[in-house]
Design a protein around this ligand. Structure first.
Ligand code: PLP
Length: 493
């Protein structure tokens, strides 16, 4: 493309995205295509000839409408309440475009100093905005933040750094054991598999997924017992992942008590590492009234959350803070000849490649920078508070309706609820009615929710539960009200 053609097509693409956002409410929220339907509309072989200049792009715009859009689940729809949100915003998308346009690969400070230094500065801003411990900031001299692609990469990096640190403290290898709760995100199991800590998905010796308390939070007593058992059996506890905002129900693990247990058991003295995964809920720390969630973070080794979930920054953008950046370097630094350069050798610069799994890295800080500048702290707080307010409203409607109940107390903007059991009804039948309700709601295309199964506590059966996760950029009270009314109507039929 010539510069002028790129300019004209670029304007059209931005127009297309702006129009897409304006028409979001006209699409069924969940893609209604059968497996293979999108592929069947695409040629089986790559084009031999390129497009016929700018005019040829008409076919691309047509395909976007006819091939791509029908197969898209509209995560940006204001009636998307499934999983956790993955929110995009104008400033973030423009930042993404700038990043692509600059085409920078910022693996080393020297391969684009601005990519590294903007990232460091923006992550220090964010640490300040969230009142995170000073030890996580780059100016602590020992800690700092880095943008990873996903929370899964963050926990893998933390686990590998943890094992390396304990190995150095002990001066030997060991039979490693990591701890989570049954409610911890599956990315920790994946990290254990990738790092070789767990032999397979069923390896409950090396990754202990502990039963929770009745609120689905990690139980410090159970953690203490498990660590002592493992030490007595000659195994080496080295890593704990606590969650702020579990995926199923938004439970908050008691970070401060976890840290205390770890101090008592010798875990900390042997170099053991606590990571806090706050993938979704972490963004809430931008609001002072939710900061109690972060109690005890000054005692943890790393903390990660996803602005790509609930801080207006499009996928992918995970922010990972550690108070000991040297531990990442110890575990992950490799220096082949072809990367050697004077800046790295001077020791005066940060090379973020040593803080992550891949070598190469995109200039993701641009989108976060634009989000923080565009909305400011005040705008971000207002955005988060509005979602929490909407969830409070919804939870109130659930509680006031005799047919429904909250499955657990609301957590920030996540409401887990279900149709109540009928008198004498078997739990499997209650589950089936809830599953049926969810299927009909999602098939309507008017909204999209997903489910979870919460384990039974104290001998009670497990429960199939609907999750309303509010967090799409354009969700207003009217959308939440509409989905509630629809649920009510479907529950009657
Ligand atoms: N941790 C928690 C608590 C999550 O809810 C999720 C995803 O929803 C993840 C980790 C994984 O996130 P990512 O896709 O960034 O790896």
């Amino acid at each position: 493309l010539s510069a002028e053609e790129f300019r004209r097509l670029g304007h059209r693409v931005v127009d297309w995205v702006a129009d897409y956002w304006a028409r979001l409410e006209s699409f069924p929220v969940r893609a209604a295509v059968a497996p293979g339907e999108v592929m069947a509309k695409l040629p089986a072989h790559p084009p031999e000839e390129g497009l016929d200049g700018e005019a040829g792009w008409e076919a691309v715009f047509r395909d976007l409408e006819e091939v791509v859009l029908p197969g898209v689940t509209h995560w940006q729809s204001p009636s998307f309440f499934a999983y956790f949100p993955s929110n995009a915003s104008g400033p973030a998308v423009l930042g993404e475009l700038l990043s692509a346009g600059l085409g920078v690969q910022g693996m080393l400070w020297s391969t684009s100093p601005a990519a590294t230094e903007l990232e460091t500065r923006v992550l220090d801003w964010l640490a300040e905005l969230m009142a995170l411990p000073a030890s996580f900031r780059s100016d602590s001299g020992t800690g700092g933040g880095v943008i990873q692609g996903t929370a899964s990469e963050a926990v893998l990096v933390a686990m590998v750094a943890a094992r390396d640190r304990v190995r150095r403290v002990l001066g030997r290898d060991a039979e490693w054991v990591a701890y989570t709760s049954t409610q911890t995100h599956s990315s920790v199991l994946k990290a254990a598999l990738i790092s070789g800590v767990a032999r397979d998905v069923a390896d409950s010796v090396h990754l202990r997924q502990l039963d929770t308390d009745a609120g689905y939070a990690l139980c410090p007593d159970a953690l203490e017992r498990a660590i002592r058992e493992d030490l007595a059996a000659g195994r080496q506890p080295f890593f704990v992942c606590a969650s702020l905002g579990t995926t199923s129900s938004g439970a908050m693990d008691p970070v401060r008590s976890v840290v205390e247990v770890l101090g008592r058991t010798g875990f900390t003295a042997s170099g053991g590492w606590v990571h806090v995964d706050a993938a979704w809920a972490g963004s809430a720390l931008v609001c002072p009234e939710f900061r109690a969630l972060g109690e005890g973070l000054e005692g943890v080794d790393s903390f990660a959350f996803n602005p790509h979930k609930w801080l207006l920054t499009n996928f992918d953008c995970n922010v990972f803070y550690t108070r000991e950046r040297q531990a990442l370097l110890n575990a992950l630094s490799v220096m082949p000849e072809y990367l050697r350069n004077a800046a790295s050798a001077s020791g005066k610069v940060v090379d973020y490649r040593d803080w992550q799994v891949p070598l190469g890295r995109r200039f993701r800080a641009l989108k976060l920078w634009l989000v923080l500048r565009h909305y400011g702290a005040r705008g971000l707080r207002a955005y988060l508070r509005e979602h929490v307010r909407q969830a409070e409203l919804f939870a109130g409607w659930v509680e006031a309706d005799a047919r429904f109940e909250l499955a657990v107390p609301r957590s920030l903007s996540l409401v887990c609820f279900r149709l109540k059991p009928l008198p004498g009804e078997a739990s499997s039948d209650t589950d089936a009615r809830n599953r049926h309700l969810l299927e009909r709601l999602n098939a309507s295309g008017k909204a999209f929710l997903t489910h979870t199964v919460l384990p039974g506590v104290d001998g009670a059966p497990s429960r199939y539960v609907l999750r309303l996760a509010i967090g799409a950029t354009r969700t207003e009270e009217r959308h939440v009200r509409a989905v509630w009314e629809q649920l009510g109507a479907l529950a009657l039929s």
